[in-house]
Design a protein around this ligand. Structure first.
Ligand code: SAM
Length: 373
């Protein structure tokens, strides 16, 4: 059996290493930037779907994963006729594998790392929307059980079986399936594991994207009136995500905050390094986000000190760890363990679609939810 997975361009080497550590019986089979396939031992259908779920849930670097059921190669992928031929071949593969699907996800692998030359992962192109439309149109009922499919970015629903068609290169597609369970991480619901987020016009930094994605992924129930601390807040994109949820925000950073955020009535700027601020100020903080451009050990030292203060009613922390060298990824399991020792029973680490060479960590003190590391 083969699994395929997408990841950030550049993360392939650490991703392969992680897979071999987590799943020693898997072998790398094929690799392109941002797209890898692995050969895994043969299993029953239930075990197979569980393996796909475990894969995406336990790996930091797997953005999405599916059981590979076949490949389609077509010399040209330009005209409606080309896409019709591709769609028919895809349905043939589904037929051969006796697959019934409720949802179709069509996306391409990333071509660049996020943020480089203005690239942001969407997985979508106008041509792939055409392929999606033709796939829906030519679906041989009852192989395809979905209804109301107009948009290739549509979110799947729990219990659905999703057929993913990944454009690895134009004219070269991998076809796979995965099922959605209540425990599936939020990314599994979306084509390519990418939440369809668009940076708003008034966002003051790209960090808006990663914290909007991060909060949705972590499922932190931040509500109106919650007091939040943002460490490394400048220029303020992460704080905007919190303010939009009605929170009050203490933003700590020696650097300047954009006036759009600074003038918000629920924002306070503590213009200092975190080590130089008074802990008394944090006595109401329920949620903490952090995004300092420092080594992971420094971030963890700062957070440990705050997390261990009994007077701070902290429910959860969402923060980036910068992988200045990719080898720092080797330490991620020990970082997760360290966070558990501070009393966080749900600790998750993921390289989210909008993260750059960094990972997002969510640690909360609530009852455990999906995707615990
Ligand atoms: C990547 S930027 C943060 C972007 C920001 N989170 C946003 O949403 O726009 C990193 C920031 O971390 C800040 N920083 C670094 N070390 C810090 C420390 N010890 N205390 C507070 N801020 C720190 C830097 O001044 C810098 O502005």
């Amino acid at each position: 059996m083969f699994l395929f997975s997408t990841c950030q361009v550049g993360a392939e080497t650490v991703f392969k290493k992680e897979v071999l550590r987590l799943f020693p019986s898997f072998r790398l089979s094929f690799s392109r930037p941002g797209f890898l396939t692995f050969k895994a031992p043969e299993q029953t259908p239930e075990q197979t779907m569980d393996a796909v779920f475990q894969f995406v849930n336990r790996s930091v670097f797997a953005r999405t994963a599916a059981l590979s059921i076949g490949k389609v190669q077509q010399e040209k992928s330009e005209s409606t006729e080309d896409f019709t031929a591709i769609a028919d071949k895809i349905w043939e593969i589904a037929e051969q594998n006796r697959v019934f699907v409720n949802r179709i996800h069509v996306f391409r692998r990333d071509l660049l790392p996020p943020g480089v030359n203005g690239f942001e992962p969407t997985g979508q192109t106008p041509e792939l929307q055409i392929l999606y439309n033709i796939l829906v149109e030519r679906s041989p009922k009852p192989k395809f059980l979905g209804t109301n499919h107009h948009n290739s970015q549509q979110q799947a629903l729990p219990e659905e079986t999703v057929m993913s068609v990944v454009e690895v290169d134009p004219g070269n597609y991998f076809v796979g399936i995965h099922t959605i369970s209540a425990e599936s991480p939020i990314q599994s619901y979306y084509p390519g594991g990418i939440l369809p987020l668009e940076i708003p016009d008034n966002a003051v930094s790209r960090a808006w994207l990663k914290f909007e994605e991060g909060i949705r992924w972590a499922g932190f129930p931040i509500v109106e009136g919650d007091c939040c601390l943002d460490i490394g807040a400048s220029p303020g994109g992460g704080s905007q995500v919190l303010l939009a949820r009605g929170a009050t925000v203490l933003g700590v950073d020696p650097a300047a905050i954009d006036p759009v955020v600074l003038n918000h009535p629920q924002f306070t700027h503590l213009q200092n390094r975190i080590s130089q601020t008074k802990r008394m100020l944090y006595r109401n903080v329920r949620w903490l986000i952090a995004d300092m451009n420092v080594a992971p050990n420094y971030t963890l030292e700062v957070l440990e000190e705050l997390a261990n203060r009994k007077e701070i009613p902290l429910c959860g922390m969402l923060f980036t760890l910068k992988l200045f060298q990719w080898q720092l990824a080797d330490h991620l399991p020990s970082y997760a363990e360290r966070l558990r020792c501070w009393g966080f029973n749900d600790v998750r680490i993921k390289q989210l679609a909008f993260n750059r060479q960094e990972v997002m960590v969510a640690a909360s003190r609530q009852l455990s939810v999906a995707g615990s590391q």
